[in-house]
Design a protein around this ligand. Sequence first.
Ligand code: PHE
Length: 337
Amino acid sequence: MTTPEDITALRDRALADVAGAGTLAALEEARVAHTGRKSGLTEILSGIGKLPPELRGPMGKSANEARRAVEAALTARKEELEGEELGRKLLEDRTDITLPGDGRPAGALHLLTQVRLEVEEIFLALGYRIADGPEIEDEYHNFTALNVPQGHPARSSSDTFYVAGHPHAALRPQTSPVQVRVMETQEPPVYVIAPGAVYRRDDVDATHSPMFHQLEGLAVDEGLSLAHLKGTLVHVARELLGDGIEYVLRPHFFPFTEPSVELYVRWTDRHGRPQWLELLGAGMVDPEVFGFVGYDPERWTGFAFGMGLDRIAMVRHGLPDLRLLFESDLRFLEQFS
Ligand code: PHE
C-alpha cells in the first residue's frame, strides 16, 4: 500500500535528481524518470481510483502537489541550464570586434587633380568656361595658327614629340592650340580656360618632366588691355598662394602674344633657399592669330596665358621634385588625401 511518506520520498528523490542534473540531457532523463508515464508518481496518480474512498482525497492531493513541485523544479532547472548554455555559447562564439576589418581604404583625388579643380573653380567664379582639345594635335593648331614660323625651334623634333609615321601630328607641347580651336568655333566675347597634359622633350630635372600640365586661358572682348591680364593673373595667384605672395611680371616673347610676359613667384626650395619660379607665360593675343581665326583685330583685343599646374602644386606644398607627382608612390600621394 502506498503511503504519503512514499510520495514524499518519491518527490524528494525527484527534486534531488533535478537539482543534480548538470546538462539539459540529464534533466530530460530526470523528467522522464520522475514525471513520465512509467514514473512512480504517475503510477500513484493513475492508481488513486483503486484506493479506498477515504484515502483517495488526501493521497490524490499530496501526489498532485508532489508532481507540481517536481514540474516546477524541472522548469526552473531547465531555464537555469539554458541560461548557462547560452552564456557558454556567447563566450565561445564571441566576435572580437577589436580585430582589424578587411575594408578597402577610401580613395582620394591625386594632388594635381585637386589643384586643377581648385584653379577651375577660381576661373568659373570669374565667368570663364572650360574648353578641351586633343593631346595629339596637328601642325596647324600646334604652330601655324599660333604664328610660330617655319624653322622655329619649337617645331623641331628635338623639342616636340612627333607621332612616328605622321610628320604633321605631334603630342601638343602646350595647351595654346585649344585657343585656336575655341576661336574657330565661337565668336567673341570669349572667356575660356583649357587644362590638360602637354609634352616636351625637355631636359628632365626637379622642375621639368617630359609630360606636365598646363591650364590655358583666353579672354577676347572689346577693350581688354594688359591691365586686365595682370589683374586677372594676380587675383588668381593670390587665391591660390595667399595674399602675401611676392610676384614679378617680366617681359618675354611668345609668337602668339604681343606684348608677352612671364609671371614669377617667390617660393622656398627644399634647402630653405628663396627662389623665383616661373608659373606662367602670358600676353595680349597677337593680331596675326586673330587673322587665322577670322576675328576682326580692329574691334577685338584679347589676352592669353598658360600656367603650369604642376608648378602650382610644387610651390604650394614645397615639393622637392616635380617628378614625385608622376611616380604613383602612395607614401607621397597619401600626404595629400
Ligand atoms: N604656351 C606658352 C608656354 O607653354 C604659355 C603661353 C600661353 C604664353 C598663352 C602666352 C599665352 O610657354
